[in-house]
Design a protein around this ligand. Structure first.
Ligand code: FES
Length: 173
């Protein structure tokens, strides 16, 4: 799937570079001062871009590389290693259902089917109103409270259909 760019970019030597907000640039520069090598600041820089845009993509890697003085490949390598960073625009609420063994044994598949039906969308896709994207992800480290999912930055554990209904209603507002 091609990456959809939905923010301003500038072009230098035929390469698209994301226009980062002054606050994001400031965060990246601040991160640089905390480490002896600029490469160590790549992860905080990715977080700063993620906070601004809600996902990461190639023009952002170029922008980070330019600020840090590292290669685009080094930035892209770090970004692709961390699979929980979306690499394309997602809905306002990114619903990540754990699919690993404990959650699977306690009904994660049923939970996903229920979410797909309730939200009228499929895993990997976003609802027509842009409010929800559903993902299936690897273990989120909360196996004792399976089945569980992460919505944006929050864990929701020991899930039941009633809990999912209440959460979706709250997030739909
Ligand atoms: S198996 Fe689901 S959180 Fe670990």
């Amino acid at each position: 799937m091609s990456v959809q760019t939905v923010y301003p970019t500038v072009e230098k030597a035929g390469i698209k570079i994301a226009v980062l907000s002054p606050a994001t640039v400031e965060k990246i520069k601040k991160a640089m001062t905390r480490f002896p090598k600029p490469l160590s600041a790549v992860l905080p820089a990715l977080h700063a871009c993620y906070e601004q845009f809600g996902y990461l993509d190639e023009p952002m890697y170029e922008a980070i590389a330019e600020i840090l003085g590292v290669t685009r490949a080094e930035v892209a390598e770090a970004a692709t290693f961390y699979t929980l960073f979306p690499k394309q625009p997602v809905g306002k609420n990114l619903v990540m259902v754990c699919k690993n063994i404990s959650c699977a044994l306690r009904g994660a598949d049923n939970l996903v089917s229920y979410l797909e039906k309730k939200l009228n969308t499929k895993v990997g896709e976003t609802t027509a109103d842009g409010k929800f994207t559903i993902w299936k992800v690897e273990c989120l480290g909360s196996c004792g409270t399976a089945p569980m999912m992460q919505v944006n930055d929050e864990f929701h554990e020991n899930l039941t259909r009633a809990k999912v209904d209440a959460l979706l209603e709250k997030l739909s507002k």
